[in-house]
Every structure is written in structure tokens, then in C-alpha cells.
Design a protein around this ligand. Sequence first.
Ligand code: LMR
Length: 340
Amino acid sequence: MFSRRLILMASMAKRFYCECKKNTKRSVAVIGAAGGVGQPLTLLLKLNPCIGELKVHDIVNVAGVGTDVSHIETASTVKHSTGKDLTETLKGGVDIIVVPAGSPRKPGQNREDLFNTNAQIAFDIAKAMAQHSPQSIILIITNPVNSLVPIVCEVLKSAGKLCPERVLGVSTLDSVRAATFIAEVACLDPKDVTVPLVGGHSAKTIVPLISKTHPQVCIEGEKLCNLIKRIKEAGDEVVKAKDGKGSATLSTAYAASRLVFAILRALNGESNIVESAFVKSDELPDVDYLATPLILGKNGVEKNLGIGKMSEYEQKLFCEAMTQLKKDIELGEKFATDQL
Ligand code: LMR
């Protein structure tokens, strides 16, 4: 169950930057740095004083991005590398690898439709990570997160390099959106709102636990149904608004940077840092991966806070989500097994 203290810890985790001593500066690699998410993410990471070395990679057009951000007057060095080979970026190991590489969706597509394009990309990157930087904390942004995180884990497992607590699917954007939309409905400041998110990262699998929102909100009936629908389908809202020019990039980059910064603070010894993410999980007997609130620590996930107690309505949504999530996970695992 989520205690009041944990909810407060989660809201404290929203604090952006950490204090950093020189000897605790970390290295972060962005794979897919020239893309719609990669570019603003690289910018946000360059602003964080806890990052000593920023390595940016993409298959094309990354020299401009790397050179551009390298002119910003923060102390981190920026190295860029291009092509299919990730050796240059990952050799010697980096602390955190963030992966936004791959294709975004177009109007009419859902995240699952990206599987055929992005599964192979995630597979190849996972092979390189297993070979060159198996100790990294790995954050997967590329969709469909529900299937690509299992692919990455299977590849690392087959190389004997899997540390499940170090592989996270980025679902932070769901928490970000939930806080924004709840604050709008309840007339609160979004920065004060924390809501646990469970399930996965797709319209059918995102389950916001509004009953556990801090501060408590009283939203019922049609208002509640509309709010939950909006949180679940917020990615579609952006795809529609962009009208053929892709999906959410700026808010995705912000959300991913929030998770990276939370991990940096945990790596640097801060305790009780809570964020939700999609990870390998023992929470349910028949679903191997699940998004839940997590306490972050020096090794990635220090403690899984689980799904907690849900309202009747949330339980119904959660059961529906699990039917889809199982299929998404199986799809990823099958792809990896067939390729290995
Ligand atoms: C989002 O939630 O906006 C991202 O996962 C991108 C998408 O395709 O919706």
C-alpha cells in the first residue's frame, strides 16, 4: 500500500537537479539523439550539473546536435558518434543509457503498430549494450515500451548480463500528464500533485490510480471517467494535434530527463527517490513486466512499491490492462527468442 510518506517522497523526487560534487559526475549516453525526442532530451541533459560526460549517438545527423549543445556553458563534455556501430559511444561503459531511437507513430497508428519497425532497432541496441556497457542503467523510451523492454531484457539475459533492476521502460510521461490533468480538474498547482501509475505504457494498459493521488482529490462519475480516458489517450491527443508530424517529443524529453535526474540523485546517494517505470516485476504471477512506483537506488530499482490497493473501478481497468499487457510482453519475448 502507498503510505503518505511514500507519496511525499515521490513528490520530492520531482525536484529537478541534484547538488553535485566533481567526483560524483556521471556519464550518460543518448541513443537516437538527433530525433524529435533525442534533441530536446540532449539539451535538458546538458543543463544538469551532475552529468560530466554526455555521449550522443544517432545513425545520421548527430554531429550538428552534439556540436550545438557542446557550446552551452555547463561543465559536461559532449562526444558524438554516428553510424550503426555503437562501440564508440558505449565502450568503457557509461552510467546511464537512454534510448529514444526509432520511428514515432503517425495519425491512425497506435504504439503497437510501431513494433515491426522498432523491435529490430531495440534488439540491435540491446546487443551492443550487452557487449560494451552491461553495467549501465538502461532507460527505454522507444515505443512500444511494453514489448521493447522485454526484448532488451531477453537479449541481456542471453548474454548472461541481465540485471533486471537496471532496465526501465520510461512511463514517466504518464505521471507527468496525470499530474497536469488532475491539477486542471481539481484547481491545484500541478507541481504539488503526485499520482501513482501502474500497468504499461499504451492507451489500453496505462492505469492511473486517482484514488491514491496526493493531495487527495474528489473527482467522481463522468468527470472521473473523462479524466482517466484523457490520461490513457494523451499520446493520441498529441499525435492528432501534430497532424502527421509525429508524436509527443517535448513532453517526452522532459519526462525522460525527469527520470534520468531522479536516477542521478539516487546514484549520488540521495535516499527515498520514487518514480514509476515499466520494469521486470514479481508483483503478479502471470505478468512478468509491470509499471509501478519504484524506489530508486545506486543499482537502479532499489525497491518495487507494487500496485497497492485500488478502488473497484481501478481494479476493473487494471484487469482489462493486464489482458493486453500479457500479449505485448509475449510479442517482445517471442521476437527476441526467434532472433537469438
Ligand atoms: C506518448 O505517450 O506520447 C509517447 O509514448 C509517444 C506516443 O506514440 O504516444
